[in-house]
Write a protein that binds this ligand. Structure first.
Ligand code: GDP
Ligand code: ZN
Length: 463
């Protein structure tokens, strides 16, 4: 097998692991076509036109043994994802055959791609910028339609476009400042220069703040909103959980970077990905009703961004209910009065005294499937409130982008402080330039190798 050089030919299985109807082995690089040809029986791939798909068989050149019946796409540079020659071998989805083809490719001139290396090449060849590369990664991981839209948006380059405009503006001012410094003979040049810097710093900072204000929703979209369902035994928690899980929108995912057997459950409620906290705890209560009380809930509440507090509407409030109401008082929460199909036993006036003044109570019957639409609407409203209908096209969702925007905002604050303190212009300029650099790191216009490697290594293999 070959060792890595900058743009040698790389290969990987690009479809998800496991059995599928088809699997794709993807190659990219100068020798991609030549390499595929060595193991292909059918048309001469080196002679076919670009962007064609070709029927044939994969044959082990040593044993002459046939491995699989395949369709091979040949796409020559530069109109490809990586801007290099790309070959995709569509084979039957068995793990054995697919791996076998990958092995053949690897012993005939290609090297196994590192995770994210295809996308990295697309970036290095200028086909996409860094925030777009990250969008590809987000797209792969997107958990709901809505997060998919945000990622797609970013892939379109909306964020990049905005950041590039901001940088252009800053550059314009920096250039103007240079000119002013070069012509110090005018009396008011110093004053004019600082005014210019101040105006621009305020304006850019405002726009960065706007972007950062979308970050919270963005984080929810990316990572799921940690949600706890709490309540004393028998109020209907498990039933509610099952309702949410069984509306055939449950998504069960391995948690990246943890052991395989840690599973998180996601449900998609009108575009809000809820990451359900401690569902094991809820399930256990089925068997051990008495044992599990406030203590376990406490832990779930601490971890949650959103709490659904379930009360039994057919019984009077208990001490345990009161405790749970107190524990969740500062949380974003939805109070559910469940079992509304039974005779009411709770005193609503009494309950209201324990809630925030403007807090609503939702009445539900999970058993009879009543009030659950309102619950879903409430969840969506809580989290998309203003954003849902407004035309906020750009949302910052990526932790790295958020960190950089925060730093850029700080640099601008330094600019403004420097101006107030009447510091020399060339010192103020340094902070302004720093802001320009930080924004550039978002799009990858200023980047370091180490950052790139770290970033692209988070990709799945074969992307
Ligand atoms: P948990 O202990 O809080 O998880 O409660 P469960 O979901 O296990 O429900 C306890 C019992 O209440 C079960 O027999 C459910 O079928 C029943 N239950 C749940 N929701 C309702 C409801 O809205 N109305 C009525 N009448 N029974 C319900
Ligand atoms: Zn239960």
């Amino acid at each position: 097998m070959k060792t890595a050089t900058e743009f040698d030919t790389i290969a990987a299985i690009s479809t998800p692991p496991g059995e599928g109807a088809i699997s794709i082995v993807r190659l990219s690089g100068e020798e991609a076509v030549q390499c595929a040809q060595k193991i292909f029986a059918g048309q001469n791939l080196q002679l076919v036109s670009s962007h064609t798909i070709n029927y044939g068989h994969i044959v082990d050149p040593e044993s002459r043994q046939e491995v699989d019946e395949v369709m091979v796409s040949v796409m020559r540079a530069p109109k490809t994802f990586t801007r290099e020659d790309v070959v995709e071998i569509n084979c039957h989805g068995g793990i054995v055959a697919t791996n076998r083809i990958l092995q053949l490719v690897l012993s005939n001139g290609a090297r196994l791609a590192e995770p994210g290396e295809f996308t990295k090449r697309a970036f290095l060849h200028g086909r996409i910028d860094l925030s777009q590369a990250e969008a590809v990664m987000d797209l792969i991981r997107a958990k709901t339609d809505r997060s998919m839209k945000v990622a797609l948006n970013q892939l379109d380059g909306n964020l990049s476009h905005l950041i590039k405009n901001l940088r252009q503006d800053i550059l314009g001012v920096l250039a103007q400042v240079e000119v002013n410094i070069d012509y110090p003979e005018y009396d008011d040049v110093e004053e004019m220069t600082t005014r210019l810097l101040k105006e621009k710093a305020l304006e850019v900072r405002q726009r960065i703040k706007q972007l950062l204000s979308t970050a919270k929703q963005g984080k929810v979209l990316r990572e799921g909103l940690a949600t706890a369902i709490v309540g004393r035994p028998n109020v209907g928690k498990s039933s509610l959980l099952n309702h949410l899980l069984h509306e055939d929108k449950a998504i069960v995912t391995d948690v990246a970077g943890t052991t395989r057997d840690v599973i998180e459950e996601y449900v998609n409620v009108r575009g809000v990905p809820l990451k359900l906290v401690d569902t094991a705890g809820i399930r256990e209560t089925v068997d051990k009703v008495e044992k599990i009380g406030v203590a376990r809930s406490k832990h779930a509440i601490e971890q949650a961004d959103l709490v659904m507090l379930v009360l039994n509407g057919s019984e009077p409030l208990t001490n345990e209910d009161r405790q749970l109401l107190k524990l969740t008082a500062t949380k974003k929460r939805i109070v559910l009065l469940n079992k509304m199909d039974l005779t009411r036993g709770i005193e609503v006036a009494q309950l209201k005294e324990l809630l925030q003044p403007d807090e609503e109570i939702l009445t539900t019957s999970v058993l009879k499937n009543q009030g659950l639409e309102q619950l879903e609407a409430r969840i969506a409203e809580l989290f998309f409130g203003g954003i849902e209908n407004s035309q906020t096209t750009v949302m910052v969702t990526n932790a790295r982008h958020i960190a950089l925007l925060n730093q850029a905002e700080k640099a601008l604050t330094s600019v403004l402080q420097g101006i107030s303190a009447k510091m020399p212009v060339d010192l103020i300029q340094i902070d302004m330039t720093n802001c320009w650099d930080l924004l550039g790191e978002i799009t990858g216009d200023s980047y370091q190798d180490e950052l790139l490697n770290q970033l692209f290594s988070q990709f799945c293999l074969g992307k």
